[in-house]
Design a protein around this ligand. Structure first.
Ligand code: UTP
Length: 290
């Protein structure tokens, strides 16, 4: 295992989710009973990556509080005999999380650069803070697959899924040179292309493993407007044959989007031990009225 660290950029404005994101950071929106960012930390734990750097906005101290110990609450839960709830609370502070603050929301690459002091030029995993991927216990998680491919090839690898119609223009788009067993060699990348300019139906989604040296490359990029673009570095790698993409098992949810967020809640509510059975009965009942 060569990947020891992961960055979760979570400092965006979350404008698609206004008005709630005015005061509540998007990563704290709950999927059933946990903030969505905790599921991403759990995905990393499952992969064996235990050093997590979360990039937050200056107003997001609530995210830091979520991952910190709460001694008063813990003592109260113990003295009230609520051991199960105590264990739930303890699980939130069991992650090895560090925080980097992004002062201005100047884009994804800007967020990644904020974590430079923790990463240097090491390879790292990158997980966008507003995408959740449900993988069943018997499936290989998306991150496990990417790390596996990186271990075998030493090349940067990004997760991809097929998209069609208008959706093609919503994502970074991949030019594919060749494909074997769901692993593709990428030869070009275009950012959110018009449908007639797309290179394929393969979209970039928010899971990456990036080889060593990416931070240095990001620093040399010329800004376009106020932003520098990760895509520019990825395109450079693609042109040199150093970028792979991979399909993955499980279902991906864009929890930064209202519909995606509700769908994620349905997926996890149906699987929830406490409410899953009753929720399923409710879904069946309400679907008769649709
Ligand atoms: P989005 O493109 O979804 O942007 O960012 P956003 O600001 O969060 O949301 P909208 O579009 O305004 O509704 C993708 C991921 O990159 C992070 C976001 O937090 C999200 O997890 N991000 C984006 C940063 O950390 N910093 C940025 O400057 C921009």
């Amino acid at each position: 295992m060569k990947i020891k660290k992961a960055i979760i950029p979570a400092a965006g404005l979350g404008t698609r989710f206004l008005p709630i994101t005015k005061a509540v950071p998007k990563p704290m929106l709950p999927v059933v009973d946990k903030p969505n960012i905790q599921y991403i930390a759990e995905e990393l734990k499952r992969t064996g990556i235990d050093e997590i750097i979360i990039v937050v906005s200056p107003e997001s101290e609530v995210i830091m509080r979520h991952f910190s110990a709460a001694p008063e609450l813990e003592n109260r839960l113990l003295s009230d005999g609520k051991k199960a709830l105590y264990d739930i609370e303890k699980a939130t502070c069991a992650f090895n999380v560090k925080f980097a603050v992004q002062k201005e929301p100047n884009g994804l690459a800007g967020a990644i650069l904020c974590a430079e002091e923790y990463i240097g030029d090491e390879p790292f995993a990158l997980l966008l803070g507003d995408e959740m991927i449900y993988a069943a216990p018997e499936e290989q998680s998306c991150m496990e697959r990417l790390v596996d491919i990186f271990d075998k090839t030493g090349k940067s690898v990004i997760a991809t899924m097929e998209v069609f119609g208008d959706d093609v223009s919503k994502y970074g788009n991949l030019g594919i040179e060749s494909e074997t067993d769901g692993i593709m060699t990428v030869n070009a990348i275009v950012e959110k292309p018009a449908i007639n300019e797309a290179l394929s139906n393969n979209a970039i989604i928010g899971r990456y493993v990036l080889a060593g040296g990416i931070m240095s490359k990001l620093k040399t990029l010329k800004p376009k407007g106020n932003e520098i673009y990760l895509t520019d570095v990825l395109d450079e790698l693609a042109k040199k044959g150093e970028l792979l993409a991979s399909t993955f098992e499980g279902r991906r949810y864009d929890v930064g989007d209202k519909l995606g967020f509700i769908k994620a809640n349905v997926e996890y509510a149906l699987r929830n031990e406490e409410i899953g059975k009753d929720f399923k009965a409710y879904i069946k009942e309400i679907s008769k009225t649709l």
